[in-house]
Design a binder for this molecule. Sequence first.
Ligand code: OXD
Ligand code: MN
Length: 594
Amino acid sequence: MLVAKAPPTTNRHLLSWVEEMARMCKPDHVYWCDGSDEEAKLLTEEAVTDGVLIPLNGEKRPGSYYSRSNPNDVARTEELTFVCTPTKAEAGATNNWMDPEEARRKLAAIFDGAMKGRTMYVIPYLMGSPDSPFAMLGVELTDSIYVVLNMRIMSKIGTIALDRLGASSDDFNHGLHSVADCDPERRYITHFPQDNTIWSVGSGYGGNALLGKKCLALRIASYRAKQEGWLAEHMMLLEAESPEGETHFIAGAFPSASGKTNLAMLVPPPEFAGWKLRTIGDDIAWMRVGEDGRLYAVNPEFGFFGVAPGTNYLTNPNAMRMLEHDCIFTNVALTPDKDVWWEGMDGPDTDLIDWRGKPWKRGAKEPAAHPNSRFTAPMENNPSLSRFAKDPRGVPISAILFGGRRSTTVPLAVESFNWTHGVYLGATAGAETTAAITGAVGRIRRDPMAMLAFIGYDAGTYFAHWLSMFGRMKQPPKIFLVNWFRKSDDGKYLWPGYGQNMRVMKWIIDRCAGRAGAMETPIGYTPRPTDLDLRGIDASVDAIAAALRVDPDEWTKELEAHADWFEKIGGTVPEALRLQRRLLLASLKAELTN
Ligand code: OXD
Ligand code: MN
């Protein structure tokens, strides 16, 4: 049993805020987390006693636990996520907006007494390396023991964060979270960028409840980055070392659930023996211009909160090894001997218990694991972790990739002509909607820089900020648009994907080093099949040529759709991007009339 002790800080800003929030939420106890292993052991025991966690098979998954959420609470809820800036214009057309006063009033009514009979856990936490001047501090108050145990994996919690805060600073994110009655009608994820505050109520789901991740490290951080001249982005970070010992660092923005984690843990095919690819991050990158004028990136997280279904020894062997011990699994399926299973794994050999806790017969139509079921894994578990993963200075980025799932139009890889054009490619990137996102399946959802759900302010102003970064850099990274998901007319993927993406990565690296060829097209430089190392690939030349093709008709339509997208964002879209669109359209027209 955890015993509440006196607050381990004299910081009066923190103490008075915690008191004020406790007065509103009325918990029975307030417990300050110190982040120790002893505390984690006691919290885990309590979570098991309360039925929040189920211990998994100690031989098959040592140190690992299983959790099942309320079936109404299985994903981020973008429609209930708000940016509460003083004016609606500051939040822009792509965010839900609520007046800050109104939001506080509305949520205070739900928080009022929401923690009666519960404990309020105070989690001081740090995002970013403790030695880095760029780390960000937050304090999350929550009534969820599941949140505490996940935050412990995803950030550095407890004394380490309080020490960094010190006795007098009020520069910390004020995060308040309660699962309350987990009623979707009373669920709100609200951000107050000007006050460095987050209030989240009614959901225990990771992206809504682990406030250090999407809420702080992306929405609030992107707002701050705009004020301070850096970038907080939804990007994986990868180290690639060639057999000759040349190292490049690559950042890649891809919409949720489109293979970002797999790319961050890529295992090259046998023809690329000697190449070493290592993970720095799988979801978030903070990037600043270094003294040498290059763009340096850090991953502020300490763990991976990834989608389980589809992960297997073929798609992501490093992730499978990472998940062998000391993880938390949420909403996957359970085997009779208390191991985990999800769609995409071999088998199952037996009937299962599904993510709702119901018996599941082999061959049943309904998935056994929820499609958005998750693992939470400590960073050190990853066998491909880069030694630079927690370098406080970050790593210098050679290339930035923007991607998305597009079955047509977007070639396997395009290198931008320049920074402005690269920003344009990112600002107009999109992905086809899948069954996991509400709305018509197969429609293009524009997801600029994969940040649609995470820009903490107006999207047009965000594009202008991206453009302005160019002037701060002496050696800007090259920008590429990639698409692993293009299909043939009969619906087959043209490119094999996964580990084979190494071939595209190598071309990208070689372009950065000025070594590889490319073809100039109206929309950017694309590799010709001969520019790619295709030794041993299991795909036809025709399919690869089709994956690489720029079709002027398709692109004319695409650019027309970009006009609608810019229209939707409104008057803050920078003129440089509007002009860029017209320029690209003019080159396409010229090509079509030739
Ligand atoms: C996401 C995630 O939804 O990383 O993007 O969880
Ligand atoms: Mn993500």
